[in-house]
Design a protein around this ligand. Structure first.
Ligand code: NAD
Length: 254
């Protein structure tokens, strides 16, 4: 037995990746297309969605995932669903804007629920499916000032486990991947802002601020997250379900 991981063949499969215009989602779209899947590239940013879809021979869907009616226009014939789109807002709880809290739940919990709900009948009919939820170390741990994000990621963790339990009899697995800080535009901007605010150089911000709790003192690369997402799509991983896989340089071990 060779483990099968090197031979993940998604030819004839379709994949839908949310937030695929940037960062982790973009890297996931690339590896899934590389394995042969037809990739549906979903993002509210039309230019980047079309660019990624053009590069991969996929299909772009310009949709704001906070709009439930728009989510209902997305394809349902999906074998691999990657719930990845997300956003962050940092504020103390007593000042946290309620409308931003609601928006974050809509994009990061309600949209994944609607997509799972829509895609499962096709997966059940084929007796095979993969749901991969891009959670976070913040799906397993909390930090101050991130009430909406931490709440949403913990909600996504629950949705993933229920999907795993219901999908098991139908050949469908559901898992979370839980990155620490990943080198994406989102984090690059935070490094710049922290560097200016604290008068530290970029390396010091990464090591002393962002990675304070991480034994591995480097950012995770989007390609590392995408590799784990692809690995979960192999037939070798059919017993791995309902799990949450940290990719966080050891942060959640501390
Ligand atoms: P990113 O900002 O680079 O990409 C996010 C993408 O989601 C963007 O293309 C954006 O347009 C899209 N998006 C946001 N809101 C949307 C909406 N309402 N409708 C449609 N598309 C929308 O971010 P990223 O760092 O690649 O993050 C991707 C996922 O990974 C998120 O769920 C994030 O919480 C998670 N994550 C990121 C990190 C990190 O350090 N970067 C760490 C752990 C988890």
């Amino acid at each position: 037995m060779d483990g099968g991981a090197a031979h993940i063949d998604l030819a004839g499969r379709s994949a839908l990746v949310t937030g695929a215009g940037s960062g982790i989602g973009r890297a996931c779209a690339h590896v899934l297309a590389g394995a042969g899947a037809l990739v549906h590239v979903v993002d509210r940013d039309g230019d980047s969605a079309k660019e990624v879809a053009g590069l991969l021979g996929g299909q772009a869907h310009v949709v704001d995932l906070s709009d439930a009616a728009a989510v209902e226009t997305l394809p349902t014939e999906v074998d691999v669903l990657v719930n990845n789109a997300g956003l962050q807002h940092v504020a103390p709880l007593h000042e946290f804007p309620p409308e931003v809290f609601t928006l974050i739940q809509q994009v990061m919990v309600t949209a994944p629920f609607l997509l799972v709900r829509r895609c499962l009948p096709h997966m059940y009919a084929r007796g095979w499916g993969r749901v991969v939820n891009v959670s976070s170390a913040h799906g397993l741990r909390a930090s101050a000032f991130k009430a909406a994000y931490v709440s949403a990621k913990h909600g996504l963790e629950g949705l993933s486990k229920v999907t795993a339990i219901e999908g098991a009899a139908h050949g469908v697995t559901s898992n979370c991947v839980n990155p620490g800080y990943v080198r994406t535009p989102l984090v690059e901007n935070q490094i710049e802002a922290q560097s200016r605010a604290h008068g530290l150089d970029r390396e010091e911000v990464v090591e002393k601020v962002l990675l304070d709790r991480s034994p591995v003192k480097r950012l995770v690369e989007p390609a590392e997250v995408a590799a784990l997402v692809l690995w979960l799509c192999g037939d070798h991983a059919s017993s791995l379900t309902g799990a949450s896989l940290p990719l966080d340089g050891g942060w959640t071990a501390t």
